[in-house]
Design a protein around this ligand. Structure first.
Ligand SMILES: Nc1ncnc2c1ncn2[C@@H]1O[C@H](COP(=O)(O)OP(=O)(O)OP(=O)(O)O)[C@@H](O)[C@H]1O
Ligand SMILES: [Mg+2]
Length: 242
């Protein structure tokens, strides 16, 4: 298996805090991999390094043979890696179409970006909502808009940071179904999610982070019975931790 994404020895300190502590993992083309861990474990910090928002202190990030370390966020996006934001980040005073177009503009000019935005809006099930202000959308529609904005960049790999945090279980299942379809169309996913049932049902493989360190990785069944993982979740059953 040659990895699409290879992360080796990734480190990031914030003052005295080691937020990413020698983290190594790989993601193969077409996988849906989960990244879980308690609050403050360092999940978003890993995404921020992968997407170029912050620069690692040490380590390698190689995407499809190209090193991403030191590349601008813009170039990383153009190379095919896109991240959604943990807190729904749509511009509320812009329309659905304008929001999705912002995604497209990361890679192409306005006319083409609008075309890509329309395609992405259709793909996530928001057709007919193009001219609605993002602030007027329901929570599941906002989550879909985040996906549309990312999709409009024509990514090869999507990093989803709690894209389903505000959704009901049924709404989450619908997003999971959409993610599976997109994976079938060639997009690889790395997903941060606190809803355990959702992430366990969504991913073939789960990485578990605690205090900046990767403490386990394996299938959902393997990690949920791993004593280190259970301890990290303060003794609660991982299956039940929501
Ligand atoms: N820019 C920053 N400056 C200083 N400390 C930071 C910065 N970003 C994150 N941290 C700290 O790094 C640690 C990891 O934060 P991070 O946001 O990556 O956690 P997380 O696993 O995404 O948590 P959550 O589940 O709550 O979203 C936390 O202790 C956080 O306070
Ligand atoms: Mg986070």
């Amino acid at each position: 298996m040659s990895a699409l994404l290879e992360v080796r020895g990734l480190r990031k300190r914030f003052g005295g805090l080691v937020a990413t502590d020698d983290v190594s993992f790989e993601v193969a083309q077409g996988e849906i991999v989960g990244l879980i861990g308690p609050n403050g474990a360092g999940k978003t910090t890993i995404f921020n390094q992968l997407s170029g928002l912050i620069r690692p202190d040490a380590g390698r990030i190689v995407f499809d043979g190209t090193s991403l370390v030191g590349m601008s966020a813009h170039r990383i996006c153009r190379s095919g890696v896109v991240k959604t934001f943990q807190n729904v980040a749509s511009f509320g005073d812009m329309t659905v179409l304008e929001n999705a177009t912002v995604g497209g503009l990361a890679r192409v000019g306005l006319a083409e970006a609008r075309e890509r935005a329309h395609a992405a809006i259709d793909r996530v099930g928001l057709a007919g909502r193009e001219e609605v202000m993002a602030a007027e959308l329901s929570l599941p529609e906002k989550a879909r808009l985040e996906l549309a904005r990312a999709l409009a960049t024509r990514p090869r790999m999507m990093l989803l940071d709690e894209a389903m945090a505000t959704l009901t279980p049924q709404e989450q299942r619908e997003i999971v179904a959409l993610v599976r379809e997109l994976r079938g169309e060639g997009i690889t996913f790395l997903v941060i999610e606190h809803h355990m049932k959702t992430i366990m049902s969504m991913c073939e493989r789960i990485l578990v982070l605690n205090f900046g360190q990767l403490i386990a990785s394996g299938t959902p069944a393997e990690v949920s019975r791993d004593p280190k993982v259970v301890t990290a979740y303060l003794g609660s059953s991982v299956q039940e931790a929501e």
